[in-house]
Ligand binder design. Structure first.
Ligand code: ADP
Length: 312
C-alpha cells in the first residue's frame, strides 16, 4: 500500500561526500524542523544500505541522549535512495568555531563545556556498545541551545564497505589512533577516545594537533609528538600487521610536555589530555573514567551552554 510520506523536503542545506542534506518538516507537525540526509547512490550498497549500516542505524533510532544526534526515521525514496531523518541542528559544527579565529573568541571554560558534552555523548554510545569511528570537529554539530551533538554515525563504515576507492583519501586521518594506522583488525571503544583527545587538543590550539599528509606521515607525527610505540610501552604492538616506526625512538611525552603545549588547561586538563593519548589502547582512559576526572570540577567551571560563543 502506498503511504504518504511523513516528511516534506524543503531547501538544500549542504552537501558532503556521501550525502545531500535538506531542511525538512514533519507533515504531522510542520513546526518541527528536521534534516533529511539523502545518501548518494554511489555511496550505497547494491542500491541500499549495507546490512551492517542498517543494523547500526536501527540501534541509533533507539539511542537517545542530549549529546547524540537523534535519528528520527529512515525511509527510501522512489529513486532507491536511502534517506535519514535527523534532528535539525542549525548552529554549524565545532570545526566552524575552531577555525574562525578572528570571529569566535573562546577560553578554557568554553572548551570544558564542549568537551563535557562530547565526552558524555561518547560515553553514552560506548555504554550502548556503539562505536562512532569518525569523531572529528566537523561531525560535532551544534543545536539551537548550544548543545554539542555527535553526528554522522556509522556512515564512514558503511561507505567503506561499499565504495572502496573513496574511503582512504576522504576519511581524515588526523583523528585516527595508532592501532588503526598499524592495521589492527580488532579494536575497541578506545579508538574513539583517541579522536576525542585529538579534538580536545585542537580546541586548545585552534588547529589540528597531528596533521599528517599520509598514513606514514601520521605515524611519524604520533611518534614525534606523543612518543614511539614500542614493546615496552605497548606489549604486542610490533606484531600488528602494518607496524613500522621511524628508527630514532622518541620516549613517550610526560606531563611537562602537555603542560608546555596545553598549559592553558591547567595541570588537571593537561593530565586528562595526556591520558586520552595513551598509545596502548588498553591503557587509554575510557569515556567513563574521563567523566570521573578531576578536571571537570577544577576551576574554571564549564560555561553554561546558553552562554557559549557561537558564530556571528
Ligand atoms: P560533511 O560531513 O562533509 O559536512 P554531511 O553530509 O554530513 O557532510 O553534511 C553536509 C552539510 O549539511 C553539513 O556541512 C551541514 O551544514 C549540513 N547538515 C548535516 N546534518 C545536519 C543537521 N542535522 N542539521 C543541520 N544541518 C546539517
Amino acid at each position: 500500500a502506498l503511504e504518504k510520506r511523513k516528511y516534506i523536503k524543503e531547501k538544500k542545506l549542504g552537501e558532503g561526500t556521501y550525502a545531500i542534506v535538506y531542511l525538512g518538516r514533519a507533515r504531522s507537525d510542520p513546526s518541527t524542523l528536521v534534516a533529511i540526509k539523502k545518501i548518494k547512490v554511489n555511496a550505497q550498497w547494491k542500491g541500499g544500505l549495507a546490512p551492517d549500516a542498517v543494523r547500526e542505524l536501527k540501534i541509533l533510532q533507539e539511542l537517545h541522549h542530549p549529546n547524540v544526534i537523534s535519528l528520527l526515521s529512515i525511509f527510501s525514496s522512489k529513486d532507491q535512495n536511502v534517506n535519514l531523518v535527523l534532528e535539525y541542528l542549525p548552529l554549524g559544527d565545532l570545526e566552524g568555531l575552531i577555525l574562525d579565529v578572528e570571529g569566535v573568541k573562546y577560553g578554557t571554560a568554553d572548551v570544558k563545556a564542549w568537551m563535557g558534552m562530547l565526552t558524555r555523548g561518547v560515553w553514552f554510545c560506548h555504554e550502548n556498545f556503539v562505536l562512532h569511528r569518525d569523531i572529528k570537529p566537523n561531525n560535532l554539530l551544534i543545536a539551537a541551545d548550544g548543545e554539542v551533538k555527535l553526528a554522522d554515525f556509522g556512515l564512514a563504515r558503511f561507505t567503506a564497505d561499499a565504495g572502496d576507492r573513496m574511503t582512504s583519501n576522504v576519511i581524515t586521518r588526523w583523528y585516527r589512533p595508532p592501532e588503526l594506522l598499524f592495521g589492527a583488525k580488532y579494536y575497541s571503544a578506545a579508538v574513539d577516545i583517541w579522536s576525542v583527545g585529538a579534538v580536545f587538543a585542537e580546541l586548545v590550539l585552534r588547529r589540528p594537533y597531528l596533521m599528517g599528509e599520509s598514513e606514514i606521515a601520521q605515524i611519524a607525527l604520533i611518534c614525534e609528538k606523543i612518543g614511539t610505540p614500542t614493546e615496552e610501552n605497548w606489549p604486542g604492538v610490533t606484531k600488528l600487521r602494518d607496524y613500522a616506526v621511524p628508527a630514532n625512538v622518541t620516549p613517550v611525552k610526560g606531563r611537562e610536555h602537555y603542560m608546555s603545549y596545553f598549559g592553558s588547561l591547567g595541570r588537571e586538563g593537561a593530565d586528562l589530555l595526556m591520558r586520552t593519548f595513551a598509545l596502548d589502547p588498553t591503557k587509554r582512559i575510557t569515556a567513563k573514567e574521563m567523566l570521573e576526572h578531576k578536571w571537570w570540577r577544577s576551576d574554571p567551571k564549564p560555561t553554561r551552554k546558553e552562554y557559549l560563543p557561537r558564530k556571528a
